[in-house]
Design a protein around this ligand. Structure first.
Ligand SMILES: N[C@@H](CCC(=O)N[C@@H](CS)C(=O)NCC(=O)O)C(=O)O
Length: 208
């Protein structure tokens, strides 16, 4: 039994953490949940994540939930993988900003656009401001490349990259050249290719 267990459903946001685990190269177990059977709402799973959502990660006795928190945790916990920017490094603030920017700005901007509110809220009330500003700021950050932190690939790329990859795939995000080039670079990574292949295998097994 590995020290790390991913509570996973495929396809879902827990694929983000599977990619991160593949980048990390540490052994991990997968505990599969079938969302179509509401296994995420069972009392056993609610004891792990009271939100009734995947992903969750068990590391020894610790349970971590929220994809961005899990990736931040793993990058810091296994620094030898060089997927974090450590405390004391002047780039740490920017690195953390991107880890938070995706769940607190990109994702709500995208979901608000996909499921519009009846009444448009005031820009100042929205944590992300407005959709176009979020897109422009993100495009400017990924354009120089190859990664958000320049030559270093980090957990922030797993988080922002997963959002851009998924969002452009399902036409929830504009297919801007900056996004497509960045996603294309990420798709060259063997760890993402492994994670995608493992999830495709799971989907096939679940369908049969
Ligand atoms: N804020 C959470 C969102 C997780 C989430 O929404 N997971 C979905 C799958 S993509 C889920 O578990 N849905 C099942 C449900 O809500 O019943 C994160 O980033 O980890």
């Amino acid at each position: 039994m590995a020290d790390l267990t991913l509570y996973h459903a495929s396809p879902s946001r827990s694929s983000i953490v599977r990619w991160m685990l593949e980048e990390l190269g540490e052994p991990y177990d997968v505990h599969l949940l079938d969302l179509t059977k509401s296994e995420q709402s069972s009392p056993e799973y609610l004891a792990i994540n009271p939100m009734g959502k995947v992903p969750a990660l068990r590391h020894g006795d610790a349970i971590i939930t929220e994809a961005a928190a899990i990736c931040t945790y793993l990058a810091d916990e296994f620094p030898q993988a060089k997927l974090n920017v450590p405390v004391g490094d002047p780039r740490r603030g920017s690195y953390l900003k991107w880890l938070f920017f995706s769940p607190s700005c990109i994702e709500p901007a995208v979901t608000d656009r996909a499921f519009p509110r009846k009444e448009a809220p005031r820009r100042g009330m929205l944590s992300y401001g407005d959709f176009d500003t979020v897109m422009n700021v993100t495009a400017k950050a990924v354009e120089p490349g190859p990664y958000l932190m320049g030559d270093q690939f980090t957990a922030a790329d797993v988080i922002v990259g997963s959002m851009l990859r998924w969002g452009t795939m399902f036409n929830l995000l504009p297919k801007r050249p900056e996004f497509m080039a960045y996603v294309g670079r990420l798709e060259q990574r063997p760890a993402l290719q492994r994670a995608t292949a493992l999830d495709a295998k799971l989907a096939t097994a679940q369908a049969s």
